[in-house]
Design a binder for this molecule. Structure first.
Ligand SMILES: NC(=O)c1ccc[n+]([C@@H]2O[C@H](COP(=O)([O-])OP(=O)(O)OC[C@H]3O[C@@H](n4cnc5c(N)ncnc54)[C@H](OP(=O)(O)O)[C@@H]3O)[C@@H](O)[C@H]2O)c1
Length: 221
C-alpha cells in the first residue's frame, strides 16, 4: 500500500550535496553542538570546573538519552578530553568505565596525549573539514556531536558544517569562564526551533543554523 507519510518522510530524509560536477544523495544527518551552559554563556569555570552543573538536574530528566541514541560520532577539544582524564573516577562511578561513549571519537589537539583505556578515539589537529568527512563516514545515518568546547564548535560553524545548537541553559551565572560560543552570530543565522523546560533549573533551547544566510552588516564588518 502506498504510504503518503512514509513517502514524504523519505523525501525530507535526504539532502543533496553538489560538489564540482557531482551530485550525491546523502542521508540527512546533523552536526550538533549539544552542551550545558550557564545563563551568562559559560560552559565551564575558568579553571575548567563543572561543579556548578551537577546540582542542576539528573541526566535521566534531560534530553540526553534520546539525543545520544542518535549520535554516530563525536568530536571534542583537548581541554574537554583532559577533564575526562582528570575526572575518571567520577566517570567510572557514573557509567562503569573511564570513557562514557560507545561511538568513535575524534580528539582535537596539537599535543601528544595519552589514550583512555577502552576508548574508541583518534587524535587529530588542524582543519575541521577533513575530520568532519571522516566522522560523517563513520557516523553513517546518525548525527555528529561536537561535545565542545565553544571554539571547536565555532570552527565547525565557520566551515559551514554546524547544523544545530542544542543548549541546556542552567539557572546559574558564572561571571567568567570558558565561553559557550566565542563567535559573533547575528540574526537571521540562528532559528529557534524548540524550547523545553526541564524541571525548575534548566531550559533547553534548540537552534537551527540557517544555511546560505549571510550574517547581517555588523557581522560582516
Ligand atoms: N557544560 C558542558 O556541558 C561542557 C561540554 C563540553 C565541555 N565542557 C568543558 O568546557 C571546557 C572547554 O574547554 P575549552 O574551551 O578550552 O575547549 P576544548 O575545545 O575542550 O579545548 C581546546 C583545545 O583543544 C585543542 N584544539 C582545538 N581545536 C583544535 C584544532 N583544530 N586542532 C588542534 N587542536 C585543537 C587546543 O589545545 P592543544 O592543541 O593545546 O591540545 C585547544 O586549546 C572544558 O573544561 C570542558 O570540560 C563543558
Amino acid at each position: 500500500m502506498f504510504d503518503l507519510a512514509l513517502f514524504l518522510l523519505g523525501l525530507d530524509g535526504v539532502c543533496w550535496e553538489i560538489g564540482p560536477g557531482t551530485k550525491a544523495k546523502l542521508p540527512l544527518m546533523k552536526t550538533q553542538y549539544y552542551t550545558a551552559t550557564s545563563l551568562d554563556g559559560f560552559i565551564a569555570t575558568e579553571d575548567d570546573s563543572l561543579e556548578w552543573l551537577f546540582p542542576l538536574g539528573a541526566l535521566g530528566e534531560s534530553s540526553y538519552p534520546e539525543f545520544i541514541a542518535e549520535v554516530g560520532a563525536l568530536a571534542m577539544g583537548s581541554t574537554t578530553y583532559e577533564w575526562m582524564m582528570r575526572n575518571a573516577d567520577q566517570v567510572i562511578a557514573e557509567v562503569g568505565s573511564p570513557w562514557p561513549y560507545t561511538q568513535p571519537a575524534w580528539i582535537f589537539t596539537s599535543r601528544e596525549l595519552p589514550a583512555i583505556e577502552g576508548a574508541d578515539i583518534r587524535f587529530v589537529k588542524g582543519d575541521v573539514c577533513d575530520v568532519h568527512a571522516e566522522m560523517r563516514a563513520a557516523a553513517g545515518e546518525k548525527n555528529i556531536w561536537v561535545v565542545g568546547g565553544g571554539d571547536l564548535a565555532g570552527q565547525f560553524y565557520d566551515a559551514g558544517l554546524l547544523d544545530e545548537l542544542i543548549l541546556q541553559i542552567g539557572s546559574v551565572t558564572l561571571g567568567k569562564g570558558k565561553q559557550l560560543f566565542p563567535r559573533r552570530v547575528l540574526s537571521p543565522k540562528l532559528k529557534l526551533v524548540s524550547v523545553r523546560q526541564m524541571g525548575a533549573t534548566m531550559a533547553e533551547m534548540r537552534y537551527e543554523v540557517v544555511k546560505g544566510e549571510a550574517d547581517n552588516a555588523v557581522a560582516q564588518e
